[in-house]
Design a protein around this ligand. Structure first.
Ligand SMILES: [Zn+2]
Length: 302
Protein backbone atom coordinates (compact mmCIF):
# COMPACT_ATOMS: atom_id res chain seq x y z
CA UNK A 1 0.00 0.00 0.00
CA UNK A 2 2.85 2.33 0.97
CA UNK A 3 4.38 1.84 -2.44
CA UNK A 4 1.26 3.27 -4.04
CA UNK A 5 0.61 6.08 -1.62
CA UNK A 6 4.16 7.42 -1.40
CA UNK A 7 4.42 8.29 -5.12
CA UNK A 8 0.78 9.40 -5.11
CA UNK A 9 1.55 11.83 -2.29
CA UNK A 10 4.66 13.03 -4.06
CA UNK A 11 2.65 13.44 -7.26
CA UNK A 12 0.03 15.46 -5.43
CA UNK A 13 2.70 17.74 -3.98
CA UNK A 14 4.29 18.11 -7.42
CA UNK A 15 0.93 19.01 -8.94
CA UNK A 16 0.31 21.59 -6.21
CA UNK A 17 3.82 22.92 -6.82
CA UNK A 18 3.16 23.28 -10.54
CA UNK A 19 -0.15 24.98 -9.82
CA UNK A 20 1.38 27.43 -7.35
CA UNK A 21 4.28 28.14 -9.72
CA UNK A 22 1.87 28.75 -12.59
CA UNK A 23 -0.17 31.15 -10.50
CA UNK A 24 2.98 32.97 -9.50
CA UNK A 25 4.14 33.23 -13.08
CA UNK A 26 0.83 34.58 -14.26
CA UNK A 27 0.53 36.98 -11.32
CA UNK A 28 -2.12 39.66 -11.03
CA UNK A 29 -3.49 40.78 -14.38
CA UNK A 30 -6.07 43.45 -13.53
CA UNK A 31 -5.48 45.33 -16.79
CA UNK A 32 -6.92 42.47 -18.81
CA UNK A 33 -10.08 42.07 -16.79
CA UNK A 34 -12.09 43.90 -14.20
CA UNK A 35 -11.55 41.31 -11.49
CA UNK A 36 -9.15 41.97 -8.63
CA UNK A 37 -7.39 38.71 -9.39
CA UNK A 38 -4.28 39.59 -7.44
CA UNK A 39 -6.27 40.11 -4.25
CA UNK A 40 -8.77 37.30 -4.32
CA UNK A 41 -6.78 34.84 -2.24
CA UNK A 42 -6.20 32.50 -5.15
CA UNK A 43 -9.85 31.90 -6.04
CA UNK A 44 -9.03 31.73 -9.73
CA UNK A 45 -6.36 32.01 -12.40
CA UNK A 46 -6.85 33.98 -15.59
CA UNK A 47 -5.70 31.70 -18.45
CA UNK A 48 -6.80 34.07 -21.24
CA UNK A 49 -8.49 37.46 -21.21
CA UNK A 50 -11.84 37.08 -19.42
CA UNK A 51 -11.37 33.33 -18.91
CA UNK A 52 -10.75 32.30 -15.31
CA UNK A 53 -9.86 28.80 -14.21
CA UNK A 54 -11.20 27.55 -10.89
CA UNK A 55 -9.12 24.51 -10.02
CA UNK A 56 -7.71 22.07 -10.88
CA UNK A 57 -9.20 20.42 -7.80
CA UNK A 58 -8.71 17.11 -6.07
CA UNK A 59 -7.28 13.81 -7.19
CA UNK A 60 -9.12 14.08 -10.52
CA UNK A 61 -7.67 17.59 -11.11
CA UNK A 62 -11.11 18.74 -12.22
CA UNK A 63 -11.54 22.17 -13.80
CA UNK A 64 -14.35 24.71 -13.78
CA UNK A 65 -14.12 27.88 -15.88
CA UNK A 66 -15.68 31.30 -15.45
CA UNK A 67 -16.01 33.14 -18.73
CA UNK A 68 -16.88 36.79 -19.20
CA UNK A 69 -19.09 37.37 -22.23
CA UNK A 70 -19.72 40.85 -23.59
CA UNK A 71 -22.61 41.32 -21.19
CA UNK A 72 -22.36 38.73 -18.43
CA UNK A 73 -20.45 35.89 -16.80
CA UNK A 74 -21.15 32.26 -17.57
CA UNK A 75 -19.63 29.12 -16.10
CA UNK A 76 -18.32 26.13 -18.03
CA UNK A 77 -18.78 22.85 -16.13
CA UNK A 78 -19.63 22.59 -12.46
CA UNK A 79 -17.30 20.04 -10.86
CA UNK A 80 -18.30 17.13 -8.64
CA UNK A 81 -21.39 17.16 -6.45
CA UNK A 82 -19.25 18.13 -3.45
CA UNK A 83 -17.67 21.14 -5.24
CA UNK A 84 -20.72 23.43 -5.01
CA UNK A 85 -19.70 25.33 -1.84
CA UNK A 86 -16.16 26.05 -3.03
CA UNK A 87 -17.42 27.13 -6.45
CA UNK A 88 -19.87 29.50 -4.79
CA UNK A 89 -17.11 30.85 -2.55
CA UNK A 90 -14.77 31.35 -5.53
CA UNK A 91 -17.46 33.08 -7.56
CA UNK A 92 -18.30 35.40 -4.64
CA UNK A 93 -14.64 36.18 -4.21
CA UNK A 94 -14.15 36.89 -7.92
CA UNK A 95 -17.41 38.60 -8.88
CA UNK A 96 -18.47 40.10 -5.57
CA UNK A 97 -21.66 39.47 -3.59
CA UNK A 98 -24.13 40.80 -6.17
CA UNK A 99 -23.01 39.19 -9.41
CA UNK A 100 -23.61 35.55 -10.40
CA UNK A 101 -23.17 33.63 -13.65
CA UNK A 102 -26.15 33.87 -15.98
CA UNK A 103 -25.76 30.32 -17.32
CA UNK A 104 -23.93 27.08 -16.66
CA UNK A 105 -22.63 25.42 -19.81
CA UNK A 106 -21.75 21.75 -19.47
CA UNK A 107 -19.30 20.04 -21.80
CA UNK A 108 -21.05 16.78 -20.90
CA UNK A 109 -23.23 15.34 -18.17
CA UNK A 110 -20.80 13.14 -16.24
CA UNK A 111 -20.80 13.57 -12.46
CA UNK A 112 -17.37 15.24 -12.34
CA UNK A 113 -18.58 18.02 -14.68
CA UNK A 114 -22.28 18.38 -13.95
CA UNK A 115 -22.21 17.25 -10.31
CA UNK A 116 -22.98 20.65 -8.77
CA UNK A 117 -24.98 22.02 -11.69
CA UNK A 118 -28.40 21.70 -10.07
CA UNK A 119 -27.31 23.16 -6.74
CA UNK A 120 -25.64 26.13 -8.44
CA UNK A 121 -28.39 26.70 -10.99
CA UNK A 122 -30.94 26.84 -8.17
CA UNK A 123 -28.72 29.13 -6.06
CA UNK A 124 -28.09 31.52 -8.94
CA UNK A 125 -31.46 31.18 -10.69
CA UNK A 126 -29.80 30.39 -14.01
CA UNK A 127 -30.25 27.72 -16.69
CA UNK A 128 -27.92 24.80 -17.43
CA UNK A 129 -27.17 24.01 -21.07
CA UNK A 130 -26.10 20.74 -22.69
CA UNK A 131 -26.10 19.41 -26.24
CA UNK A 132 -29.50 17.92 -27.20
CA UNK A 133 -27.92 14.43 -27.42
CA UNK A 134 -26.78 14.79 -23.80
CA UNK A 135 -30.25 15.49 -22.38
CA UNK A 136 -31.19 11.83 -21.67
CA UNK A 137 -28.04 11.33 -19.57
CA UNK A 138 -28.48 14.72 -17.88
CA UNK A 139 -32.03 13.85 -16.86
CA UNK A 140 -31.28 10.37 -15.51
CA UNK A 141 -32.94 8.28 -18.23
CA UNK A 142 -31.76 4.80 -17.23
CA UNK A 143 -32.67 3.18 -20.56
CA UNK A 144 -30.59 5.80 -22.40
CA UNK A 145 -27.72 5.39 -19.96
CA UNK A 146 -27.75 1.66 -20.69
CA UNK A 147 -27.75 2.29 -24.44
CA UNK A 148 -24.97 4.89 -24.30
CA UNK A 149 -22.76 3.23 -21.70
CA UNK A 150 -18.96 3.27 -21.60
CA UNK A 151 -16.87 0.27 -20.46
CA UNK A 152 -16.89 1.18 -16.75
CA UNK A 153 -20.68 1.63 -16.89
CA UNK A 154 -21.10 -1.80 -18.47
CA UNK A 155 -18.72 -3.59 -16.10
CA UNK A 156 -19.58 -1.91 -12.82
CA UNK A 157 -22.07 0.96 -12.66
CA UNK A 158 -25.01 -0.58 -14.54
CA UNK A 159 -24.81 -3.97 -12.73
CA UNK A 160 -24.74 -2.09 -9.41
CA UNK A 161 -27.68 0.08 -10.46
CA UNK A 162 -29.66 -3.02 -11.41
CA UNK A 163 -28.71 -4.79 -8.19
CA UNK A 164 -30.14 -2.09 -5.91
CA UNK A 165 -33.63 -2.48 -7.36
CA UNK A 166 -35.99 -0.23 -9.29
CA UNK A 167 -37.10 2.07 -6.46
CA UNK A 168 -33.65 2.86 -5.07
CA UNK A 169 -32.26 3.22 -8.59
CA UNK A 170 -34.93 5.72 -9.59
CA UNK A 171 -34.39 7.66 -6.35
CA UNK A 172 -30.63 7.75 -6.97
CA UNK A 173 -31.10 8.90 -10.56
CA UNK A 174 -33.64 11.53 -9.49
CA UNK A 175 -31.13 13.02 -7.04
CA UNK A 176 -28.53 13.54 -9.80
CA UNK A 177 -31.02 14.48 -12.52
CA UNK A 178 -30.91 18.01 -13.95
CA UNK A 179 -34.56 17.85 -15.05
CA UNK A 180 -36.19 21.24 -14.63
CA UNK A 181 -32.98 23.28 -14.87
CA UNK A 182 -31.35 21.80 -17.99
CA UNK A 183 -31.99 23.01 -21.55
CA UNK A 184 -30.69 22.08 -24.98
CA UNK A 185 -28.10 24.27 -26.67
CA UNK A 186 -29.35 25.96 -29.81
CA UNK A 187 -28.43 24.82 -33.33
CA UNK A 188 -25.40 26.11 -35.24
CA UNK A 189 -23.14 26.63 -32.25
CA UNK A 190 -25.37 29.30 -30.74
CA UNK A 191 -25.42 29.59 -26.96
CA UNK A 192 -28.55 31.35 -25.71
CA UNK A 193 -27.66 34.72 -24.21
CA UNK A 194 -23.94 34.37 -24.93
CA UNK A 195 -22.43 36.24 -27.88
CA UNK A 196 -18.66 35.78 -27.80
CA UNK A 197 -18.59 32.00 -27.51
CA UNK A 198 -19.96 29.09 -29.51
CA UNK A 199 -20.14 25.36 -29.04
CA UNK A 200 -18.91 22.64 -31.35
CA UNK A 201 -19.99 19.02 -31.19
CA UNK A 202 -17.11 16.80 -30.03
CA UNK A 203 -18.85 13.43 -29.50
CA UNK A 204 -17.14 10.27 -28.37
CA UNK A 205 -16.58 10.53 -24.64
CA UNK A 206 -20.36 10.93 -24.51
CA UNK A 207 -22.80 11.30 -27.45
CA UNK A 208 -23.50 14.96 -26.72
CA UNK A 209 -20.07 16.12 -25.64
CA UNK A 210 -19.28 19.68 -26.74
CA UNK A 211 -16.28 22.01 -26.61
CA UNK A 212 -16.72 25.76 -26.14
CA UNK A 213 -14.67 28.12 -28.28
CA UNK A 214 -14.09 31.83 -28.55
CA UNK A 215 -13.34 32.19 -32.24
CA UNK A 216 -11.87 35.70 -31.96
CA UNK A 217 -8.72 34.40 -30.23
CA UNK A 218 -9.21 30.63 -30.54
CA UNK A 219 -9.53 29.87 -26.84
CA UNK A 220 -10.93 26.34 -26.53
CA UNK A 221 -12.48 24.75 -23.45
CA UNK A 222 -12.46 21.10 -24.44
CA UNK A 223 -14.01 19.26 -21.49
CA UNK A 224 -12.99 15.60 -21.58
CA UNK A 225 -12.68 15.45 -25.38
CA UNK A 226 -9.06 16.47 -24.83
CA UNK A 227 -7.59 16.84 -21.36
CA UNK A 228 -4.21 17.99 -20.01
CA UNK A 229 -3.82 15.26 -17.39
CA UNK A 230 -2.60 11.76 -18.19
CA UNK A 231 -5.85 10.02 -17.35
CA UNK A 232 -5.24 6.85 -19.32
CA UNK A 233 -2.33 5.39 -17.36
CA UNK A 234 -2.34 4.31 -13.73
CA UNK A 235 0.95 6.12 -13.13
CA UNK A 236 -0.46 9.26 -14.72
CA UNK A 237 -3.50 9.22 -12.45
CA UNK A 238 -1.59 8.38 -9.27
CA UNK A 239 1.12 10.96 -9.93
CA UNK A 240 -1.32 13.44 -11.51
CA UNK A 241 1.04 13.88 -14.43
CA UNK A 242 0.24 16.85 -16.62
CA UNK A 243 0.13 16.12 -20.33
CA UNK A 244 -2.26 15.92 -23.26
CA UNK A 245 -4.54 12.92 -23.24
CA UNK A 246 -7.67 11.74 -24.95
CA UNK A 247 -10.71 11.18 -22.76
CA UNK A 248 -10.51 8.49 -20.09
CA UNK A 249 -11.21 5.46 -22.31
CA UNK A 250 -12.83 3.46 -19.47
CA UNK A 251 -15.69 5.98 -19.31
CA UNK A 252 -15.88 6.72 -23.05
CA UNK A 253 -18.88 5.75 -25.13
CA UNK A 254 -17.32 5.67 -28.64
CA UNK A 255 -13.53 5.67 -29.01
CA UNK A 256 -13.51 6.21 -32.78
CA UNK A 257 -15.72 9.28 -32.50
CA UNK A 258 -13.57 10.54 -29.63
CA UNK A 259 -10.43 10.31 -31.77
CA UNK A 260 -12.17 12.21 -34.59
CA UNK A 261 -13.14 14.89 -32.07
CA UNK A 262 -9.49 15.29 -31.01
CA UNK A 263 -8.64 15.99 -34.66
CA UNK A 264 -11.48 18.47 -34.87
CA UNK A 265 -10.17 20.35 -31.85
CA UNK A 266 -6.63 20.33 -33.27
CA UNK A 267 -8.05 21.79 -36.50
CA UNK A 268 -9.24 24.82 -34.53
CA UNK A 269 -5.56 25.65 -33.86
CA UNK A 270 -6.21 26.65 -30.25
CA UNK A 271 -4.07 29.35 -28.69
CA UNK A 272 -5.22 28.22 -25.24
CA UNK A 273 -6.55 24.77 -24.43
CA UNK A 274 -8.48 24.41 -21.19
CA UNK A 275 -9.43 20.78 -20.69
CA UNK A 276 -11.74 19.23 -18.14
CA UNK A 277 -8.81 17.91 -16.08
CA UNK A 278 -5.25 19.18 -15.55
CA UNK A 279 -3.53 22.51 -15.99
CA UNK A 280 -4.54 24.32 -19.20
CA UNK A 281 -2.13 24.57 -22.08
CA UNK A 282 -1.15 28.12 -22.97
CA UNK A 283 1.65 29.81 -24.88
CA UNK A 284 2.73 30.22 -28.48
CA UNK A 285 3.28 26.53 -29.18
CA UNK A 286 -0.17 25.37 -28.08
CA UNK A 287 -1.67 24.79 -31.54
CA UNK A 288 1.40 22.83 -32.71
CA UNK A 289 1.45 20.65 -29.58
CA UNK A 290 -2.24 19.83 -29.96
CA UNK A 291 -1.83 19.09 -33.67
CA UNK A 292 1.12 16.75 -33.01
CA UNK A 293 -0.88 14.96 -30.33
CA UNK A 294 -3.86 14.53 -32.64
CA UNK A 295 -1.63 13.11 -35.38
CA UNK A 296 -0.10 10.45 -33.16
CA UNK A 297 -3.31 9.50 -31.44
CA UNK A 298 -4.38 6.08 -32.54
CA UNK A 299 -7.33 4.01 -31.50
CA UNK A 300 -6.20 2.47 -28.20
CA UNK A 301 -6.41 -1.31 -27.73
CA UNK A 302 -9.75 -2.47 -26.44
ZN1 LIG B 1 -14.16 14.24 -16.50
Amino acid sequence: MKRIWAPAGAGLLAAIGILVATRRRQGPVPTRMRLPLGTNGGAGTEIAPKVVLLGPWGRTQTNVYLVRDSSSWVMVDSGWGSDGPRIQAAVRSLLGPDLVPTAILLTHAHPDHGGSARELAEAWGCPVYVHPAELPIATGDFAAMTRLAGPLDRWLILPLMRAIGDRRREATLARSSLAGVVHALGPGGVIPGVEDWEWIHTPGHTPGHVAYIRASDRVVLSGDALVTLEVNTMAGILRQRQGLSGPPWYTTWDQGAAISSISRIAGLEPTVLGGGHGLPLTGTGTAAVVRAFAERTRRPPR
